[in-house]
Design a protein. Structure first.
Length: 214
């Protein structure tokens, strides 16, 4: 399973990268806005830190506009993945970019049928937003399992990128359900290290070691 970091904060990216755990990065317009930078600059800076898939989202709502933005973004680095919305125009752009060998990430996936459409049009990744489904009283994790079954049934190579991950249970359940990737905020990633028994065990070992030296 791959881990992407879901942020535009360069310090966070450097921190997670130093742990050796990060395979890529995802951004969206809200994440970019928080940094106060323009998207092109931010993506260029992220590409200097991480040598892996970096998702950058188009803003245009029409397919020609999406393709124009995608062409500019793709020029930044071979690792740039074009993030497209799950709309009819997004799917037109997805089909064209896939045919041209450009990697795509179809975002705002909230149903298995949406994921199926994206896979049929050659998406590299689909991003089911599990946390936002939980927020409206649905079980986001069920969606990951449904998409996994459908993709396995038909041999789709589109990767399932679990997004809108809010806590460590989401990571574990995504892994159990067979997501190919989880994109995770730094705080959630940090939480994966911890278990109270690990801390207690280490404290005990260090206390015993201190005694044995006397
Ligand atoms: C991923 O690609 C999305 O940008 C992100 O996971 C959305 O997460 P949120 O629902 O916490 O905003």
């Amino acid at each position: 399973m791959q881990f992407f970091l879901d942020t535009g904060d360069l310090n966070e990216i450097k921190t997670a990268h130093s742990w050796g755990l990060i395979d890529g990065v995802t951004t969206n317009p809200s994440i970019v806005a928080k940094t106060g930078k323009d998207q092109m600059t931010l993506i260029r800076e992220i590409c200097e830190i991480i040598d892996g898939p970096i998702s950058a989202e188009v803003i245009a709502l029409d397919a020609p506009g999406m393709l124009k933005e995608a062409a500019e973004l793709a020029k930044i680095n071979k690792n740039v993945v074009i993030k497209l919305p799950m709309t009819k125009d997004g799917m037109i752009a997805c089909k064209k970019l896939s045919a041209d060998g450009v990697k795509t990430n179809v975002t705002l996936i909230f149903s298995a049928n949406q994921a199926l459409l994206a896979a049929k049009n050659g998406a590299t990744y689909v991003s089911p937003f599990i946390g936002r489904l939980d927020d409206v009283g649905q079980t986001g994790m069920d969606l990951i399992a449904e998409i996994r079954t459908i993709f396995n049934n038909y041999g789709f190579e589109t990767q399932i990128l679990a997004a809108s991950v809010r806590h460590s249970e989401h990571v574990k359940m995504s892994a159990l359900a067979g997501a190919d990737v989880a994109t995770i905020p730094l705080k959630v990633l940090e939480g994966l290290f911890s278990h109270p028994l690990t801390k207690m065990g280490l404290d005990q070992f260090l206390a015993d070691h201190a005694k044995s030296k006397k």
